[in-house]
Design a protein around this ligand. Structure first.
Ligand code: IMP
Ligand code: MG
Length: 179
């Protein structure tokens, strides 16, 4: 069944402009560093691809695939890491790229886990942040957009593994009703 989405909550134009700004800032902040950009799959794939190309310094790319499906996993933040990094991040400056930070549990768990590998620094960049959902005190260094506490899909984000390929970000109509 096809779902009908309302107006984009973030348009493709807004997304492009904001990612260009983030890329510039990250370029400035990481110039001269041994930089590794770590994307959290699957959700961050679209953002990661655009962000990486907006960053104008040499860097390594790497990915983690995590599964946070299931309410229990989400509540504890103990997401299952399905794949490991391939780069050795010891002594390097790592930027973790997330699609969305809601409670903050997932990002906090990943930062703690990667910190054990002794990077020189580890920071977090997220396309979206839902500040109203936050239950842990997490420093997010780069935020694309702050959004209200609504379930969004598209641009990498899913609802039951679908809608990731929607080229813009839309609020999911959970009731199945049209707006
Ligand atoms: P957190 O651990 O509560 O910060 O949530 C992290 C994960 O929940 C994200 O990586 C997403 O997979 C998922 N999530 C939270 N809000 C949304 C949403 O609005 N749309 C799609 N996925 C979401
Ligand atoms: Mg995710």
């Amino acid at each position: 069944m096809e779902r009908i989405f309302g107006r984009p909550i973030v348009t493709q134009e807004e997304m492009r402009a904001r990612i260009r700004e983030l890329g510039k800032q990250i370029t400035t902040d990481y110039t001269g560093k041994d930089f590794v950009l770590v994307g959290v799959l699957k959700g961050a794939y679209a953002f990661y691809a655009d962000l990486a190309r907006a960053i104008r310094i040499p860097m390594r790319v790497d990915f983690l695939m995590v599964m946070s499906d299931g309410a229990r996993a989400r509540k504890s933040g103990k997401v299952k890491m399905v794949t490991e990094l391939t780069e050795d991040i010891k002594g390097k400056d790592v930027l973790l790229v997330e699609d969305i930070v809601d409670s903050g549990l997932t990002a906090q768990h990943l930062v703690k886990t990667l910190a054990r590998k002794k990077p020189r620094s580890i920071k977090v960049c997220t396309l979206l942040s839902k500040p109203d959902g936050r239950i842990v005190d997490l420093v997010i260094d780069y935020v694309g957009f702050k959004i209200p506490n609504k379930y969004v899909v598209g641009y990498g984000l899913d609802y039951q593994q679908k809608y990731r390929n929607l080229p813009y970000l839309a609020v999911l109509d959970m009731e199945g009703e049209q707006e």
